[in-house]
Design a binder for this molecule. Structure first.
Ligand SMILES: NC(=O)C1=CN([C@@H]2O[C@H](COP(=O)(O)OP(=O)(O)OC[C@H]3O[C@@H](n4cnc5c(N)ncnc54)[C@H](OP(=O)(O)O)[C@@H]3O)[C@@H](O)[C@H]2O)C=CC1
Ligand SMILES: O=C1O[C@H](COP(=O)(O)O)[C@@H](O)[C@H](O)[C@H]1O
Length: 510
């Protein structure tokens, strides 16, 4: 087991949604699992006027999640965690003198013997990332003389290639790259990490993992929810920025990358950057027109209940041209993937919540078993990221009896079958990694920029004012029909159900 130094976690934006919904519950779970260091303190920081007690009430005692979680726990366990929580009010602005904050940090360090190791977690709006870093530096709080200092930065990391580059430059004025941890919570998901293990710890997949055997790769990220309470944020972002540029291109990079020489953070991230840089940029209007689809959900009924259209959501412009659905077809220009199309789609208000990667293998070159079913008989490797996490291989078997009727059978593995094993939540895993100084599951500056480089031309085209179609799709449907045309040459989108084992997909026999 890796060692976790004694340390302090300072969360900026601690009065916000992310702190209450994700960060504190994850830290609490780490505490229950005895994963926190012996001497450890969490200091929440923001502009809200809160005492330590009010902060503790807000993020622990009043939290619905923690109420459930602590229901059957003895109070001592809860109190043990709560005693590690403190709060510091910054005043009217994040752009202020951090001397009082420094004094508080010093006092807590002495009181709890946490040493000078500190993680600063920026859970504020992104516009404040550089401001906070600058003021930490002004107060001498980024120096590493008396212990390491790390900075965790939330998404979104930039709004475009240019803004991401500016942000990287801004942060690098105050922190070295090895101190910066850019969070992408998909990398904290167990099944996403398992993608590396599936590819590089088995000898049966790697020989097939290339253009000779793979027909196409399909990635679906579907959410059944709409913009919810984040309409204001989402309307300035859209599906491409919110999900595709970060989480989905991370998945793509793990599928595309070459085997790293080891499991070290830099080795893995070097390969991921190379993978992202090999995505073929689409720059001409014609290719952007042919290979990208955007759409918005419109009002409909889901399970008999009326569901609002996107433009009627709270915080969303009633003439909004922000996409809630994006489907992109692209190629990877390298030796391994030449000519293999990748189809990636992400959307809100789909029939179910599901994320999966499907590797479609080529059909046998020569079919000796005849019959219409054989047209459908390609092998698939389905890597289910969520829910019902697992891996499934579809392959043909003979139906007992006369002749050679072929049916498709499943070879599968489900994480749920590991009932005894505790599977950490993404934020738990990522927080623990940062505490231990392991950046493998965090995005590096060049990785984020390479992803933006691919996405920028698509966004520019969509926002060019040229006649780019914004399709509509009924809330609760699998996106616009026009998206079928995108994948047509390679079949159809696999519209998966929540349960992987029962999912027949679209094929004739599954
Ligand atoms: N919430 C989520 O599910 C997710 C959030 N993120 C990212 O995490 C970060 C935090 O998210 P979340 O907690 O939802 O954000 P919030 O909007 O809740 O903001 C966090 C805190 O920042 C302060 N703040 C908000 N707006 C401003 C402003 N205009 N100027 C100064 N301070 C402001 C507020 O604290 P105070 O007024 O007390 O200073 C607020 O409580 C964001 O970067 C977000 O993009 C990423 C993925 C998911
Ligand atoms: O980063 C984000 O992710 C969530 C989806 O995360 P998941 O772990 O539930 O798949 C998405 O709803 C949100 O819009 C986006 O900002």
């Amino acid at each position: 087991m890796k060692k976790t130094d004694n340390q302090m976690l300072v969360i900026f934006g601690a009065s916000g949604d992310l702190t209450a919904r994700k960060l504190i519950p994850s830290l609490f779970n780490l505490y229950l699992a005895d994963q926190l260091p012996e001497n450890f303190v969490i200091l929440g920081v923001s502009r809200s006027d809160l005492t330590d007690e009010a902060f503790r009430d807000r993020v622990v005692y009043d939290s619905e999640y923690l109420k459930q979680k602590t229901k059957d726990l003895d109070d001592g366990r809860v109190k043990g965690f709560v005693d590690k929580l403190y709060y510091e009010d910054l005043g009217d602005s994040y752009d202020t003198d951090y001397a009082p904050l420094r004094k508080r940090v010093e006092a807590l360090k002495e009181k709890h013997n946490t040493s000078g190791n500190i993680i600063y977690y920026l859970s504020t709006p992104p516009t404040l990332y550089e401001t906070v870093s600058h003021n930490l530096s002004n107060a001498g709080m980024n120096t590493q003389n008396n212990g390491w200092k790390r900075l965790i930065v939330e998404k979104p990391f930039g709004y475009s290639l240019e803004t991401a580059q500016e942000l990287n430059k801004g942060l690098h004025k105050y922190f070295k790259e090895h101190q910066i941890y850019r969070i992408d919570h998909y990398l904290g998901k167990e099944t996403v990490q398992n993608l590396l293990v599936t590819r590089f710890s088995n000898s049966i997949f790697e020989p097939l993992w290339n253009r000779n055997y793979i027909q196409h790769v399909e990635i679906t990220n579907a959410e059944s929810v709409g913009a919810e309470k984040r309409g204001g944020y989402y309307d300035k972002s859209g599906a491409l920025r919110d999900m595709f540029q970060n989480h989905l291109l991370q998945l793509v990079s793990l599928v595309v990358m070459e085997p790293p020489i080891g499991a070290d953070a830099e080795e893995i991230r070097n390969e991921k950057v190379k993978a992202l840089k090999s995505l073929r940029l689409m720059t001409k209007d014609k290719e952007l027109f042919e290979n990208t689809i955007r759409a918005q959900y419109v009002a409909s009924k889901v399970d008999g209940k009326a569901v609002k259209g996107y433009r009627d959501e709270e915080g969303v412009d009633s003439n909004s041209t922000t996409e809630t659905y994006a489907a992109i077809k692209f190629y990877v220009d390298n030796w391994r993937w030449h000519g293999v199309p990748f189809y990636v789609r992400t959307a809100k208000r789909m029939p179910t919540k599901v994320t999966e990667i499907v590797i479609h293998f080529k059909k046998p070159h020569h079919q000796i078993f005849k019959g219409s079913e054989m047209q459908e008989m390609d092998n698939k490797l389905i890597i289910r990221i969520q829910p019902d996490e697992g891996i499934l291989i579809k392959f043909g078997v003979k139906v007992p009896g006369q002749g050679f009727k072929v049916e498709r059978a499943n070879l599968d593995f489900y994480y749920a079958s590991l009932a005894e094993t505790y599977v950490m939540e993404a934020y738990e895993r990522l927080l623990l990694d940062a505490m231990q100084g392991d950046a493998t599951l965090y995005a590096r500056a060049d990785e984020v920029e390479a992803a933006w480089e691919f996405v920028d031309p698509i966004l520019n085209y969509w926002n060019s004012g040229k006649d780019v179609r914004m399709y509509g799709y009924a809330a609760g449907a699998w996106g616009p029909e026009n998206a079928d045309g995108l994948i047509e040459g390679d079949g159809y989108w696999r519209n998966p159900s929540e349960n992987l084992a029962e999912d027949p997909g679209y094929c004739v026999i599954c």
